[in-house]
Design a protein around this ligand. Structure first.
Ligand SMILES: [Zn+2]
Length: 590
């Protein structure tokens, strides 16, 4: 007889796993004890080899992959630490699970289309999507085929599906619902970890780039938010369409969505979505400096080690946007429990990109903070002219008149102290821009091009320091910016050197990401010599750029442990929680 412990380490408390542990209390062949301890679900059982092998197979089948699972293991132990008390969890854990999904969502099943099928595991029959009948769903499929568009209302939220891309001015990335998972790889650049996440318990939005070989629609080779069907009615609709040869649909929804990014080799939540869902409470912060803090309209309130969240007006923010990188650094400390000798690489399209390190006395040193880039392409061009690049610009505009016109005609909306603006400008001079694209869509083209490059070495792109005076800076503190004019000029020089060869664009795009990661690695080594660095936190919603995140993992991660928030998001809840630790006097009566 052997006593085995099956454990699932998770960065978040996964409701399905709690539910599964509870179900195994009724496992007849063996006496099972369960528990949740130190971020780990576990089950214990004593038995003969054969009995334990049968149990292992059952657990392996029942515990579906969750994006929050960080480790799964089986070990022989001497004594039990678990008990027989069910873990606290919700009764209805989702619209469907692996037990009921094959029954109602597979056209070969006799119960196909039975959206209200009762499930003893997930109780998904109580989910609002179970109220949509098979006949209604068949009607939706017909409407999609005939009119190209249909809208489903579920639980007070509307999801509009289309056969063709939405064509109105959309500042955001297009979203795609996959109908045929078996054809995913034919249409999108899905690697193993992407496929695992898409089919995980959480059914999150994963960012992928479209392959040029995608046959269904002539879609642009850029980034898409890709998702598998996330409730019962959508699952049945997707299956009907799959049978009719539809691989995917375009969609928009006002329902909360979980978007995730692969940072430092695990999944992290990106930021609060437009539907403004409130994050779950966060436990474990012992002694903050403030009881309440609000960042970008997300309020964090601390009471007895627990932080709860509430939506608030952005005008009630308790700290300004230049502090957000430091907030992200603190959030890294709170989750990782590493408090000293930490640095943060923070890039966000909302707040200034920064490299910040805490010195041994826990005072922050800002190594660089991005300055706002010019608002118009005309201003970019003029700035390059005044930097003595007149002849070079003449050569570029003579060789690439369309790309030059594209840049000069650009108007960069939104915050501009970020990488997104730089990449959008690069898209123009790399021949990746077409008119009527938003700044985000232009930046996406460069990231998609970089992700499509499969080599490891590329052109070195210059990034220098901008030591000019920053109007927004606090008095008598001199903080460098980064000189992205040099970067843009360097990209333009390579376009000239390769004579506009489109085949070299992915390599050039990769070179931009890799060079940035390499510069950051050098600067962090410098800071390590000065202060000693034990961990580097990666944060900000521009870390969802998977190529940049992977190059940072290679370049910075080879010398320093990397950390990204898993319990908190990369650029929302982490800032609000981190702001509870900001050492600063607050304005507005705080
Ligand atoms: Zn179920």
């Amino acid at each position: 007889m052997k006593l085995l412990r099956f454990s699932f380490a998770c960065s978040r408390k996964v409701a399905v796993y709690a539910q599964m542990c509870n179900r195994y209390l009724d496992y007849a062949p063996l006496w099972i004890t369960i528990g949740w301890c130190n971020g780990c679900f576990f089950l214990e059982a004593k038995g003969e080899q054969g009995e334990l092998e049968t149990l292992a197979a059952a657990i392996g089948k029942d515990f579906l992959y969750s994006i929050w699972m960080t480790d799964a293991r089986i070990e022989a132990v001497d004594s039990r630490i678990g008990g027989r008390i069910p873990l606290k969890t919700r009764t209805v854990i989702g619209p469907f699970c692996q037990h009921c999904h094959p029954l109602f969502a597979d056209n070969q099943s006799p119960q196909f289309g039975q959206t209200d099928l009762a499930c003893p595991v997930c109780h998904g029959e109580q989910h609002p999507s179970a109220a949509i009948s098979f006949a209604d769903i068949q009607g939706f499929a017909q409407q999609l085929r005939e009119q190209g568009e249909v809208t489903l209302a579920v639980g007070g939220h509307r999801t509009t599906l289309r056969m063709l891309p939405f064509t109105d001015a959309a500042p955001q990335r297009a979203h795609v619902l996959v109908c045929n998972p078996n054809r995913l790889a034919a249409n999108f650049s899905a690697e193993h970890h992407h496929v695992m996440a898409l089919s995980s318990v959480e059914k999150p939005v994963v960012t992928l780039f479209a392959k040029p070989s995608s046959l269904q629609h002539p879609i642009t080779q850029t980034l898409y938010g890709v998702r598998f069907a996330w409730h019962r009615a959508l699952s049945v609709l997707a299956e009907i369409l799959r049978q009719q040869g539809v691989d995917y649909l375009f969609y928009r929804t006002d329902a909360p969505q979980l978007s995730v990014a692969w940072v430092a080799n695990q999944w992290s939540e990106c930021d609060v979505d437009a539907a403004g869902s409130v994050p779950a409470p966060f436990a474990g912060l012992k002694a903050p400096l403030h009881d309440s803090a609000t960042v970008r309209g997300l309020q964090a309130d601390w009471h007895k080690n627990i932080v709860t969240f509430a939506l608030s007006a952005p005008s009630r923010d308790t700290s300004d946007r230049t502090t957000h990188a430091l907030c992200a650094l603190h959030a890294g400390s709170i989750e990782s429990d590493v408090w000293r000798h930490q640095a943060v690489i923070y890039f966000s399209n909302q707040s200034p990109g920064q490299l910040v390190v805490l010195d041994p006395r826990l005072n922050p040193e800002v190594f660089f903070r991005l300055r706002p880039l010019p608002q118009t392409g005309q201003q970019w061009w003029q700035a390059l002219e005044t930097q003595g690049r007149h002849d070079f610009l003449s050569r570029f505009s003579a060789r690439f008149p369309d790309d030059t016109a594209q840049l000069v005609g650009m108007h960069f909306t939104g915050p501009r102290d970020n990488l997104t603006t730089l990449f959008a400008a690069c898209a123009c001079v790399m021949g990746l821009a077409t008119t009527e694209q938003s700044v985000q869509q232009l930046a996406d083209r460069v990231i998609a091009a970089a992700m499509s490059f499969h080599g490891k070495n590329a052109h070195r792109i210059d990034i220098g320091f901008d030591e000019s005076l920053d109007d927004n800076q606090e008095s008598n503190v001199s903080i460098s910016g980064l000189d992205f004019y040099q970067t843009l000029a360097s990209v333009m020089a390579f376009r000239l050197a390769t004579d506009g060869d489109d085949a070299s664009v992915p390599k050039l795009a990769f070179g931009i990401m890799d060079s940035l990661a390499d510069h950051l690695a050098t600067w962090i080594e410098h800071l390590d010599g000065k202060h000693g660095i034990e961990q580097v936190v990666l944060a900000g919603n521009e870390m969802t750029n998977e190529c940049l995140a992977q190059r940072l993992a290679v370049r910075v991660g080879k010398n320093f442990p990397l950390f990204a928030n898993r319990r908190l998001a990369l650029d929302s809840s982490n800032l609000s929680v981190g702001a509870l630790l900001l050492k600063q006097r607050r304005g507005r009566g705080w």
